[in-house]
Ligand binder design. Structure first.
Ligand SMILES: O=c1[nH]cnc2c1ncn2[C@H]1C[C@H](O)[C@@H](CO)O1
Length: 363
């Protein structure tokens, strides 16, 4: 897919990306390098070979997609140098894609090998805790920001199937809120667990109490009731994906009225089976027609073998998106980002200038 359209550029102006998983955006070369250094055996020893193993070749289910992380997470998890490296390289990759501001998310527990129960990816116990992971990612992002002139912030993920991790996640959000962590998320398999368990609810209550920003994966493959719960119970300020909101017209209208932000990931939604693979039927077309508040994002470019440009090109070539709409949705993304107000204003000014607009004549 990437090869066919690789020459064209969908939107060349500065972009904002709000929904991308750090552990779904690792370079294959880095996985190979780290595996070699640590002596971890892999089923292939070339970028091409490992890419074929990691990527989803055809539309699948969210559950099948989530299984792909097990192909390589054991290589990176528990290794300080690797964790910092993936964060740094991530910023470099975003700079090349023309992103000026990004919020990148991950589960600190999934990259740890101690103080996490159970220890993920069949690792032996080591000495990298979820707290260490957050510090290492912060360092990598900060160094990347300086080197590549991209503003990068992070979001820490709770995992649907691990409610016992969630209080630690919110505590880490609080601890590192002045070092680049801007919000909490709830990710994972919505199709297995449609009601948020009490561990997640308590963590989100604490987030509200402490002014930690909140986003929730909801309505990606789960029914509109998951979106409703995200908004009403978890007090989500943004919705990850949210496609199935359209099945509940009253809920959709309510979210339109309150200008809820939908973090849309077109290519992802095809490969996870969240949406019809025919892009001309994609929910984001309806979002566009209704002038909803939404952004375009990659989600997990490693596993979809994609780039942000490919998401924009897809919107342009299969859904009739215009440059003007790309500008509008990036301004929506900046307005809905989790930066403090002053920094958000500066980001908006940067976009208005790049797009040649007066702030007052925006959309
Ligand atoms: O699209 C997604 N939906 C739900 N969960 C996801 C998606 N992409 C990645 N994840 C999970 C797997 C990652 O290990 C985790 C944290 O980034 O979040």
């Amino acid at each position: 897919m990437a090869e066919v359209l690789s020459e064209a550029v969908g939107f060349e102006q500065p972009k904002v990306e709000l929904h991308v998983h750090l552990d779904g955006a690792i370079r294959v070369q880095t996985i190979l390098d780290v595996a070699k250094r640590r002596g971890v055996p892999l089923p292939a020893d070339t970028v091409e070979g490992m890419t074929q193993i990691i990527i989803l070749q055809e539309p699948a289910t969210l559950t099948e997609f989530l299984g792909k992380f097990a192909e390589y997470m054991h290589v990176i998890a528990g290794d300080r140098e690797a964790i910092k490296r993936i964060a740094y390289e991530f910023v470099e990759d975003k700079a090349k894609e023309g992103v000026v501001y990004v919020e990148v998310r991950y589960s600190p527990h999934f990259l740890a090998n101690t103080q996490v129960e159970p220890i993920p990816w069949d690792q032996e116990e080591g000495d990298v805790s979820p707290d260490d992971v957050v510090r290492l990612v912060n360092e990598g992002l900060k160094e990347g920001e300086k080197a590549f002139n991209v503003q990068a912030r992070s979001i820490l993920c709770c995992m649907r199937h691990m409610p016992n991790w969630s209080m630690t996640v919110v505590e880490l959000c609080k601890k590192y809120r002045h070092e680049g962590v801007v919000a909490i998320d709830l990710a994972g398999d919505e199709s297995l667990n449609t009601d948020a368990q009490s561990g997640h609810r308590l963590a989100y209550e604490e987030a509200v109490r402490c002014g930690v920003h909140r986003t929730v994966h909801a309505g990606e493959v789960g029914p509109p009731s998951v979106v409703k719960e995200a908004v009403e119970v978890l007090k989500a300020e943004r919705i990850g994906h949210g496609y199935r909101t359209l099945e509940d017209p009253a809920l959709y209208q309510q979210l339109l009225d309150q200008k809820m932000h939908f973090e849309v990931c077109p290519i992802s939604s095809k490969f996870t089976g969240a949406c019809d693979p025919d892009f001309t039927k994609h929910p984001v077309i309806r979002f566009r027609e209704d002038k909803a508040n939404y952004s375009l994002n990659t989600d997990d470019p490693l596993i979809f073998n994609s780039t942000l440009n490919l998401d924009y090109l897809t919107a342009q070539q299969h859904m009739g998106f215009t440059q003007e709409e790309f500008q509008r949705l990036n301004i929506c993304a900046a307005e809905s980002c989790f930066l403090p107000e002053e920094e958000k204003k500066a980001l908006l000014t940067k976009l208005y200038e790049a797009y040649g607009m007066q702030k007052s004549t925006g959309f």
